[in-house]
Design a protein around this ligand. Structure first.
Ligand code: MEV
Length: 327
């Protein structure tokens, strides 16, 4: 392992994670989606290396390649390496890159940890090579990482990671369009099952259900789309009670799409019995975290007993950004 002092890294960047408030899965079939950027962030430090050399280090392990030959392999990091090389190719960058990744975001948790890591990487490459990427170029870069990592993906995670604040995703003329709705404080806690949420598998399961029951699947997606639109209105007028009811309804429909689980339901029901205004899975489901809307997020995070870990979260105003390297 190559050790470097903090000062030796040329650039440091970070990006927020997400809570999927409403519309996951359905967003892949034409529904809008509503999500929040969260203050738990992923960080990347980056430096140039000689051409052909890629080195990525994180708590997950090390990935290293030289001139196309893999010297150390790690499956998760190899996907990031693929995304990184695509980014370098896209912008005609001939240098190699060394990255060190750290993250406050639980992995495979429905908090879009891959999007926040990808956004931190893309922002650090932007800074390292002075590319001056626009917000939409940065979004496109993160989205291309997401497609490599998950196969089919919406732009929700990338938008949370790049823009910060409240995120709205909708379809216009067959294109997924994202917009930032600004900053809004929402009292939330995340409670995690401790079981991984495998996005690719969950997305495939929902697609299979669509093949078997196209009519029912279509009606469920339409119902979720209505819930998401009403959820946006409720959020914008600060009506948390209605927002919570809509989250509960959305959870019922996600359950019928087959993406809930016993561990998720147990946390949800405990949260509701302890006064949650709304509770639902966040992201792909099958495991991962439950997002809880509660007037006292600190209290509910402490008092939930059925989760592996739980913590209050704050909406992040700040999207992907460069940080001072000596921090
Ligand atoms: C995964 O976090 C949420 C899905 O809707 C996929 C996506 O939006 O990329 C299942």
């Amino acid at each position: 392992m190559i050790k470097m002092n903090r000062a030796e890294w040329e650039v440091r960047a970070s990006a927020p994670s997400q809570a999927f408030l409403l519309g996951e899965h359905a967003v892949l079939y034409g529904s809008p989606a509503l999500a929040l950027s969260l203050d738990r962030r992923a960080y990347t430090e980056a430096s140039k290396t000689p051409r052909g050399e890629i080195l990525i280090e994180s708590e997950l392990g090390t990935y290293r390649e030289r001139d196309g030959k893999i010297l150390e392999f790690n499956e998760d990091l190899s996907k990031l390496a693929e995304g990184l090389k695509e980014l370098l190719r896209k912008y005609g960058l001939e240098s190699g890159v060394r990255l060190r990744i750290s993250s406050e975001v639980p992995v495979s948790s429905g908090m879009a940890s891959s999007a926040s890591v990808s956004a931190a990487i893309s922002k650090s490459i932007d800074g390292l090579f002075n590319l001056g990427l626009s917000v939409s170029e940065l979004l496109e870069a993160v989205y291309s990482f997401e497609r490599i990592i998950h196969g089919r993906a919406s732009k929700t995670g990338p938008a949370c990671a790049v823009l910060g604040g409240v995120i709205w995703v909708e379809w216009c003329d067959g294109e997924m369009v994202v917009s930032g709705l600004g900053y809004r404080d929402v009292p939330l806690a995340m409670a995690c099952t401790g079981e991984p949420s495998r996005t690719r598998e969950m997305v495939q399961g929902v697609s299979k259900l669509r093949e078997e029951f196209p009519y029912v699947h279509g009606r469920i997606v339409e119902a979720i789309a209505d819930i998401v639109r009403k959820g946006r209105e409720a959020l914008e007028r600060g009506d948390l009670r209605t927002l919570g009811s809509l989250m509960n309804m959305d959870q019922g429909l996600l359950y019928s799409l087959g993406v809930s689980s016993w561990s998720i339901e147990r946390i949800i029901w405990e949260a509701r019995m302890k006064g949650a205004l709304g509770a639902k899975l966040s992201g792909a489901g099958g495991g991962g975290c439950v997002v809880i809307l509660h007037e006292d997020p600190e209290w509910i995070a402490e008092s939930i007993t059925s989760a592996r870990i739980s913590f209050p979260v704050k909406v992040s105003r700040r999207g992907a950004s460069l940080e001072r390297t000596e921090i």
